[in-house]
Design a protein. Structure first.
Length: 280
């Protein structure tokens, strides 16, 4: 069976926007959509033969029913399933990620998902999910452009592969951004700024070459700005339908699940953000 696109919903407007994105993604990939609403711990309980389990309220059932209806009305041929599991949202979604193609979340929610953009749930899911995670803050369409950040790391290579696939799937152009920072006028540098820029552009071309061969239908634009990656990628996201980054790059501490660039872009991306990690 094809792995589903999993959408986390909680009744908020942002989670419903994420649902619409997830339904469109599932329709493009011809795979099922699985709608998940995590029951909050304060709900009442019912006794069953298996013991005590959380009982879904009419409101909870309504959240799932509304989400299912929205997805099926937008894509009548889409296979949609749903579940109302109990537990902590992060644990539930990470378990769902084990058997999902992609997990899609709203940038902020209410109830079981809390403050999704900056809270522990978002950071745990984005930082530890084994599949791609898309966080929908701003929904943008019509740009026909996918933006991806590249730095040569294993996570970046996974992000490039995902971005090429998305561009091919959507018939969109791909803008590959390799941002770098010049040491500054007071630092000793053996090469000129132009020479350094040329080296970075050559590196980007090398990273892109095998993927260009795999996806000859994708038009690729290269951008090698001399500025911090967060600034360059946040600016580029303003003209994109999707921004793709690796969960972490070359810098920082390797023990961290999420790098500083992807962490900051959860706040500053102006379009849906896909965070990718290499599958083990």
């Amino acid at each position: 069976m094809t792995d589903p696109i999993v959408a986390g919903v909680d009744g908020s407007g942002r989670s419903l926007r994420a649902l619409v994105w997830a339904a469109h993604e599932a329709a493009l990939r011809h795979c099922p959509l699985r709608v998940i609403h995590v029951l909050a711990p304060y709900h009442s309980y019912a006794m069953t033969d298996e013991g005590r389990e959380t009982e879904a309220s009419n409101w909870d059932q309504g959240v799932v029913a509304e989400a299912t209806t929205i997805a099926q009305e937008a894509h009548p041929d889409l296979e949609v399933t749903s579940a109302l599991p109990s537990g902590t949202p992060a644990a539930v979604l990470l378990a769902e990620a084990e058997h999902a193609h992609t997990v899609v979340l709203g940038a902020k929610g209410m109830g079981g998902f809390g403050s999704l953009l900056l809270g522990s749930v978002a950071l745990q899911v984005v930082g530890h999910a084994v599949c791609p995670v898309v966080v929908v803050n701003h929904v943008t369409t019509g740009h026909d452009r996918i933006v991806v950040g590249a730095d040569g790391s294993a996570h970046s290579q996974a992000a490039l592969a995902y971005a090429f696939e998305q561009a091919s799937l959507r018939g969109a152009r791909l803008q590959a951004v390799h941002a770098w920072s010049h040491p500054g006028p007071h630092a000793y540098v053996s090469a000129s700024q132009d020479a350094m820029a040329k080296e970075h552009r050559q590196a980007l071309e090398e990273w892109l070459a095998p993927l260009r061969e795999q996806h000859p239908d994708v038009e690729v634009m290269e951008l090698v700005p001399d500025e911090p990656p967060v600034i360059a990628l946040a600016r580029a996201s303003d003209r994109a339908d999707l921004l793709v980054v690796g969960s972490r790059g070359l810098g920082g501490f390797h023990g961290l699940a999420l790098g500083s660039v992807s962490h900051h872009l959860l706040q500053f991306s102006q379009c849906p953000l896909a965070v990718i990690r290499p599958r083990i």
